[in-house]
Design a protein around this ligand. Structure first.
Ligand code: NAD
Ligand code: DAU
Length: 328
């Protein structure tokens, strides 16, 4: 199969592109190389990279020539950035998805939309979202992802596009841009910098290693039904538990931990039921303890990967997001 992986120079997309290439599929990556895209994520693999925007029909047509399928990872993906400025989220996550669906419709391509458990919104303790649940997103990011999902379902029903949706949990692993909880706190801890915990730190997320997330998406690509939605879940943990594990694994002092002003609209808990995907044969290979250890060790060894990122645009974002919170 020849697959166009959009956003394949980002965190999860690069794991996916390398997984397919290793398995013998032909892969082409279409990526705009925003602040989060990094060609180094594909180093060591002979994967063609087309630099372009999913919202540009000509770039999409150029990259997708001869492809049988599109798997769409391209997105603005960070909740905090969507709170600071949401415009790019609408352009990429909603309009960009529309352009890709148009291409899939015209050329009769298989299509997978990589979505998120955040579209289900805040979940009460004891409750886990199933795929038929309503979507009630809380942040501008999750609202834009929900907009993408609704476009996909409309194209399946109206135009008969052969498209499925995966909804994954919080993903961690090597090659994650250092702005998310695990990648930011690990790199800060390694540098002796503060770890800014939003609010009480008792929010709960499901954590899944990028390789397990990609295995789930791969199964959806090959076996998902048109219009089918598939949750790809992880292990539920309180943020503060994740943070204490990072402190222990890096050997950093707990004095670095700083409780700061909470994220506006912050969801307390995500939880998804992955029974549907498991019924297709999917299971996680990484448990959280082992996966987090492997990830922290990778960041400790790969300063050459993340230190250059923590400059320029990154520092401007970091100041805007954290300086006042940390009293800097
Ligand atoms: P990321 O921010 O690391 O990577 C996104 C990639 O998309 C980057 O390479 C970027 O350059 C590219 N991109 C952005 N706008 C583009 C555009 N207009 N055209 C072409 N390329 C563009 O994101 P990630 O964490 O790897 O997430 C990938 C996908 O998985 C996203 O759709 C996200 O919503 C979804 N997801 C992420 C998680 C998570 O925990 N990270 C969990 C569930 C779902
Ligand atoms: O659930 C899937 C989603 O997971 C994906 O769709 C998103 O693309 C991905 O960014 C992630 O969203 P979250 O908002 O859950 O991830 P983040 O790493 O930003 O935050 C995880 C938790 O940690 C959340 O409760 C907020 C908290 N946090 C995060 C940061 C960056 C802090 O307390 N301090 C921080 O500085």
């Amino acid at each position: 199969m020849k697959v166009m992986v959009t956003g394949g120079a980002g965190f999860i997309g690069s794991h996916f592109a390398k997984r397919l290439a290793t398995a013998g599929d032909t892969v082409v990556v279409l990526d705009k190389l925003t602040y989060a895209g990094n060609p180094r994520n594909l180093e060591g693999f002979d994967i063609p990279l087309v630099v372009g925007d999913i919202a540009d029909p000509e770039a999409v047509a150029r990259a997708a020539a001869g492809c049988d399928a599109i798997v769409n990872f391209a997105a603005e993906s960070h909740v905090d950035r969507s709170i600071l400025a949401a415009g790019d989220f609408i352009t990429t996550d909603v309009f960009g998805t529309h352009i890709l669906l148009e291409h899939a419709r015209k050329h009769d391509l298989r299509y997978v939309q990589v979505s998120t458990d955040e579209v289900y919104g805040d979940l009460e303790p004891g409750n886990s979202a199933v795929e038929s649940d309503p979507i009630v997103p809380s942040s501008p990011y999750s609202a834009s992802k929900a907009g993408g999902d609704l476009q996909v379902l409309a194209y399946v029903r109206t135009h008969g596009v052969n498209a499925s949706i995966s909804r994954g949990a919080n993903t961690y692993g090597p090659f994650q841009y250092p702005e998310k909880l695990v990648s930011l706190f690990t790199t800060n801890a390694l540098d002796g910098q503060p770890l800014p915990v939003y609010g009480d730190g008792k929010q709960r997320r499901e954590w899944i290693h990028a390789e397990d997330h990609c295995a789930g998406i791969d199964l959806v690509l090959r076996q998902g039904e048109p219009g089918g939605i598939y949750n790809v879940g992880g292990e539920e943990r309180e943020n503060i538990d994740v943070i204490e594990r990072i402190l222990a694994l890096t050997g950093a002092s707990s004095d670095l931990l700083k409780h700061v002003t909470d994220r506006p609209g912050h969801d307390r808990r995500y939880s998804i039921d992955s029974a549907k995907l498991r019924s297709l044969g999917w299971e996680r290979k990484w448990d959280f303890t082992e996966g987090l250890k492997q990830t922290v060790e990778w960041y400790a060894e790969r300063r050459d990967w993340w230190e250059p990122i923590k400059s320029g645009e990154y520092l401007a974002f970091y100041r805007e997001q954290y300086a006042e919170r940390l009293g800097q």
